[in-house]
Write a protein that binds this ligand. Structure first.
Ligand SMILES: Cc1ncc(COP(=O)(O)O)c(C=O)c1O
Length: 396
């Protein structure tokens, strides 16, 4: 008999966390490392949010277990947010507050997956999706879209991947890691395809507030009312409000699915910390100009990083449309030897960048996209400039 379960043994490590951990270790050992690996805003949480949390800390009513699904106040605030941004109306009973959007992803696939079922996952993908889908007993079926199709899949690609075992489509726009944003027509076509196919849509809208230029967030299930009975909308406060450490996310969907996920959460983690829920209420109901201020800073960094990467030999960068990542192709570097190392993969490029230039980026392999790097622009402007300078110097 195995010491640990087969399901847990086959769980891969998150490649984004691995590179962040290695960069931290090097820094602790005295190295000057600039981190482009992290998927989180570098800003502090807005002050009015912190003040609301501090007030909740001092309120004895917040010191005890509360409803598994989240406070009534927060669920109302979430319903208003989803209505405003995604144009979908949910009642509080259709909303479950989770420990971050990541927990909502795990709850959702636990509620949907059976052994033998398949979930279509567009690639490049966020590292957590396939791991959780497999952990829940189903099989991720990847549909790849490269830079030549702006990292977006179309209905024909999805139809080729569909089988009698297809249970759901995982959809994320804006995308981590590519920054791609689906337009309304593209989203509508996929929504109609999913409605006709009778499959579930799991849509991760965590970067919905972070789109740039002419690109606008469009919620997939809102494109076809027939989908709402088979859709799960996942979101959270982490990215838009600089609240990654507070761990508040949510999932919205049909009542039976939300009840099922709540039962699971009731056994696993119960309610999200009350203080953090109070902070999330303040974020959602308070002034929204803080979100816009951060978005504008990200937008300026996005344009700067894209321009700098585009000027480097062997690097080809599609302009990102949302989120806070550039996702350049580096296969133009393959065959070169830099700092004594022959470059033959994006993993090798990332290793040389860390060892010889002291910059941490995430290789595309972990996102199902060998040949690419994910480079986050959620870091201070001077760090961005210094890191890109080092990368340019090393490659030129
Ligand atoms: C696409 C996507 N979904 C969900 C999450 C997780 O968000 P949270 O911090 O709320 O768990 C991330 C974090 O990197 C992400 O990139």
């Amino acid at each position: 008999m195995n010491r640990l379960s087969a399901a847990i043994t086959s769980l891969g490590e998150s490649s984004t966390m691995a590179i962040t951990a290695k960069a931290r270790e090097m820094r602790e050992a005295g190295a000057d490392v600039i981190g482009f690996g992290a998927g989180e805003p570098d800003f502090a949480t807005p002050e009015h949010v912190v003040a609301a949390a501090a007030a909740a800390c001092s309120d004895p009513a917040q010191h005890h277990y509360t409803a598994v699904g989240g406070s009534a106040r927060l669920r109302e605030a979430i319903a208003a947010k989803v209505l405003a941004d995604s144009h979908i109306e949910y009642s509080p009973a259709q909303i479950l507050v989770t420990n971050g959007a990541k927990h909502a992803v795990a709850n959702t696939f636990a509620a949907l997956c059976d052994p033998g079922t398949e979930v279509i996952v567009p690639a490049p993908y966020w590292v957590t999706y396939p791991e959780i889908i497999r952990y829940c007993g189903a099989e991720p079926v990847f549909v790849s879209a490269g830079a030549d199709s702006a990292f977006k899949v179309g209905v024909d690609d999805l139809e080729r991947a569909r089988t009698a075992r297809t249970k759901a489509l995982l959809f994320v726009s804006p995308s981590n890691p590519t920054g791609a944003v689906y337009g309304r027509d593209e989203a509508r076509a996929i929504a109609q395809w999913a409605a006709d196919a009778g499959i579930w849509i799991v849509t991760d809208e965590i970067y919905g507030r972070l789109t740039y230029g002419a690109h606008e967030f469009v919620s997939l299930p809102a494109q076809d009312p027939a989908l709402l009975d088979r859709s799960v909308v996942i979101d959270g406060v982490a990215k838009a409000y600089a609240m990654t450490g507070w761990r508040v996310g949510w999932m919205c969907g049909p009542p039976d699915l939300i009840r099922a996920a709540s039962r699971l959460q009731g056994h696993q983690t119960s309610n999200v910390a009350n203080v953090c829920q109070a902070a999330a209420v303040a974020a959602l109901e308070g002034p929204q100009d803080v979100v816009e201020e951060m978005r504008l800073v990200f937008d300026a960094r996005r344009r700067r990083m894209h321009a700098l990467l585009s000027s480097m030999p062997g690097v080809d960068c599609t302009e990102p449309e949302g989120a806070f990542y550039c996702f350049p192709s580096v296969d133009g570097l393959f065959g070169r030897t830099i700092a004594g190392r022959r470059l033959d993969s994006s993993a090798a490029v990332a290793e040389v960048l860390l060892d010889a230039a002291g910059i941490a980026v995430v290789p595309g392999e972990g996102f199902g996209a060998p040949g690419y790097l994910r480079i986050s622009y959620a870091l201070a402007d001077d760090q961005l400039e210094a890191g890109m300078q080092r990368m340019g110097d090393l490659l030129s």
